[in-house]
Design a binder for this molecule. Structure first.
Ligand code: AMP
Ligand code: MG
Length: 468
């Protein structure tokens, strides 16, 4: 396989990563290929050695495989050293669209940062990441992508024996808030400066200094979380090591989309306090940006002034988010010129949905029909709300709403069913679900309609387990 690598991260100071080859696996087989993304990257997914390459058995010419180091706050607790424990960055490719992207194998074997882990992934989380990241892309949300996925022919051991897999993840970069935190905590100013220069050149070329970089990262992250909220998406592990500096959704572990809406929706089995519940995501977003700001302080000459300025910048997160959130939800209601009063309209609808356990996705798509009230137990309350809403709709409300309200999101019970079939060797449900979730705004067809249906009580999946 020929890949036109052009590696810039591997040319940064040596303390920022460790050269690391993937550990070969027994019998790789490709089960998913992303042809559209491959075309942008100029990669032939049908090369004879494709399975070997996407398993890490064969390193294509020009790759410079490394594991990157980072730190992070995990559930609020500082961890001074994390790093790519099971991911290996092969290198970077500048696509036909001019965008530079990382090509990374996740589940490719141990690295110096594996701690007690085995460096592997099992098939379930690989399938989940593939489905959800590609759905997010189709939904128009900034995200890492999935280029290919293979089964390894080897088992991994979690609570039980499970089939191993490797996903090839593509991202604008894998630089995280935690990458900055690692070097700031060690007072390694050379690396911190090199990292900052790299990030500005690569992701924020308009930023003319650290303050501008901070503002730009805050703005992207606030918009990203507003998009999540508008889809009922719960990331599940918003640790600072899972916050992409490029503003992409990254690290699809125990993530899920809410079915019956509740503000406090939590899916991750390890998030017992609900730190990363649906409704907490904006506050955690601001908290994560405070950690980023803190990591930049050592580079600033006048520390006290920098603390003051950066604190003000972090306080800017909330109004930027609030504005973005209102834009997102106004579009979902077919409102083109939202006013502050429309924020109350949105909140009141969400509260009605929460009170009645209305399905998030189905309620918003039903608003385009005359059946929305059927989503509610308290139909009178909905009618009263709708009487306030109707006059606020734009002339082209139907068109605005059709682009803002997906028919299909990767519902948790469907993802779980696809995983169970995949584990049994049948990838047809995965392929059918992938096809449906990557056309989220298209009118439903006979083939896709089942994926729009909310789970029945007996089908509901309310817990997800971490991607490890
Ligand atoms: P995550 O929760 O996926 O963001 O992972 C947190 C940290 O644990 C990262 O540094 C991962 O690289 C590492 N990690 C997760 N799973 C494994 C594994 N199976 N083997 C080695 N490291 C892992
Ligand atoms: Mg992570």
């Amino acid at each position: 396989m020929k890949i036109a690598f052009d590696n810039s991260y591997a040319a940064l100071p040596a303390q920022m990563f460790t050269p690391q080859l993937p550990t070969p696996v027994a019998a790789p087989a490709v089960f998913a290929r992303n042809e559209a993304l491959a075309a942008v990257l100029g990669i032939d997914l049908h090369a004879p050695d494709a399975a070997q390459v996407f398993a890490g058995n064969h390193i294509p010419a020009g790759a410079s495989p490394i594991a990157t180091v980072y730190a992070g706050h995990q559930f609020g607790h500082w961890n001074p050293q994390l790093g790519d424990g099971r991911a290996i960055l092969l290198g970077e490719v500048v696509g036909s669209d001019g965008i530079r992207r990382d090509i990374q194998l996740k589940g490719a074997g141990p690295t110096p940062y594996s701690r007690s882990g085995d460096g592997r992934a099992w098939l379930g989380p690989v399938m989940r990441e593939y489905l959800v990241s590609e759905a997010m892309f189709a939904l128009g949300v900034p995200t890492t992508r999935a280029l290919a996925a293979v089964t390894t022919g080897e088992d991994v051991y979690r609570e039980t024996r499970l089939p191993g897999a490797v996903i090839t993840r593509v991202a604008q970069s894998h630089i995280r808030v935690g990458t900055f935190q690692f070097f700031a905590a060690r007072k390694d100013l050379d690396a911190l400066r090199a990292l900052t220069d790299h990030v500005i050149a690569r992701h924020y070329p308009q930023a003319d200094g650290l303050a501008a970089l901070l503002d730009a990262v805050i703005a992207r992250y606030a918009h990203l979380i507003a998009r999540w909220m508008g889809l009922g998406f719960v990331h599940g592990v918003m640790n600072t090591d899972n916050v992409s500096i490029a503003g992409e959704t990254i690290d699809y572990g125990p993530c899920a989309f809410v079915d019956d809406f509740e503000h406090g929706a939590v899916f991750s089995a390890i998030d017992q306090q609900g730190r990363y519940a649906y409704g907490n995501q904006p506050q955690i977003g601001a908290w994560n940006m405070a950690q980023f700001a803190t990591a930049l302080i050592p580079l600033m000459g006048d520390r006290d002034q920098a603390v003051k300025d950066f604190t003000a910048a972090v306080h800017g997160f909330a109004p930027i988010y609030a504005h973005a959130w209102l834009q997102v939800f106004a579009a979902k209601l077919g409102i083109s010129d939202p006013t502050p009063e429309d924020a109350a309209l949105v909140t009141d609808l969400l509260n009605l949905m929460a009170k009645d356990g209305a399905d998030f996705t189905a309620t918003f798509t039903a608003l385009a029909t005359d059946q929305a009230r059927d989503q509610f137990l308290d139909r009178d309350a909905f009618d009263i709300w709708a009487a306030r809403w109707k006059p606020r709709q734009a002339g082209n409300a139907a068109a605005i709403m059709a682009q803002a309200n997906p028919q299909i999101i990767p519902r948790n019970h469907q993802v779980e069913a696809a995983i169970q079939a995949g584990v049994a060797g049948d990838f047809a449900p995965f392929q059918a679900l992938l096809a449906a979730v990557t056309q989220p705004y298209a009118p439903l067809t006979e083939a896709t309609a089942p994926y729009a249906r909310p789970p029945m009580q007996s089908e509901r999946v309310t817990r997800t387990f971490c991607g490890t």
